[in-house]
Design a protein around this ligand. Structure first.
Ligand SMILES: N[C@@H](CCC(=O)N[C@@H](CS)C(=O)NCC(=O)O)C(=O)O
Length: 203
């Protein structure tokens, strides 16, 4: 049994999709980050970076806490031998695109969101993050032109970028003054990932 520490939002969605894909049994505990529950000393022992999501895997040999979305996805993939090649160049390719999705895409889009939604715009901020978001979506579009999924087969590399792109592609297009062109490969991929039963169950 796994305990899943969560609060509604894109990062929790990434971890929950992988929990569903993995087939592992899990129970959900809400950590209300609007009330500061992420700073509770008991939670900090699980997630020292005071963020959600996190999991604790209650294994026969003891509890295994895991924080950081990418680490949670790798942990579940390794445990269940799903959505991550066991060895070889395919494995490091998935790792590279997973880090790209959680760090690059997942790091940029919330900044854009933050600066675009401020009551008063800070000069240069929206442009800076919109330019980077456009660059990242162009990288993704090129990557998906001749592949069904980011690393060929569906893998943990698809999950974080899917969650970010599904919520943000339209907004990036809107905020970047026409600099992001058509993205037929991303649009096709978004539909394919959204149609997966695990993704539908998470909603
Ligand atoms: N790098 C972390 C980021 C997680 C993150 O930003 N979580 C936010 C909610 S989406 C959070 O817990 N914020 C609470 C806080 O910053 O105190 C990951 O990928 O898991």
């Amino acid at each position: 049994m796994i305990t899943f520490y969560t609060y509604p939002g894109p990062n929790s969605r990434k971890a929950q999709i992988m929990l569903e894909e993995s087939g592992e049994a899990y129970e959900t505990r809400t950590v209300d980050i609007t009330k500061g529950e992420q700073f509770d000393p008991a939670y900090l022992r699980i997630s020292p970076n005071n963020k959600i999501p996190a999991i604790v895997d209650h294994t026969p040999s003891g509890d295994v806490p895991v924080f950081e979305t990418a680490a949670i996805l790798i942990y579940l993939a390794e445990k269940t031998r799903r959505l991550l090649p066991a060895a070889g160049p395919g494995r490091i390719d998935v790792m590279a695109w997973l880090v790209w999705g959680t760090g690059g895409v997942g790091g940029t889009l919330p900044q854009l969101h933050h600066y675009a939604d401020l009551p008063e715009r800070v000069p240069g901020t929206v442009e800076r993050f919109a330019t980077e978001a456009v660059r990242l979506f162009n990288v993704l579009e090129r990557r998906l032109k001749d592949r069904e999924y980011i690393c060929g087969d569906y893998s943990i590399a698809d999950i974080p970028t899917f969650c970010s792109a599904a919520g943000w592609l339209g907004r990036v297009r809107e905020l970047s003054d026409g600099k992001l062109g058509e993205t037929p490969a991303i649009d096709r991929w978004l539909k394919a990932v959204a149609s997966r039963p695990a993704v539908k169950r998470v909603g």
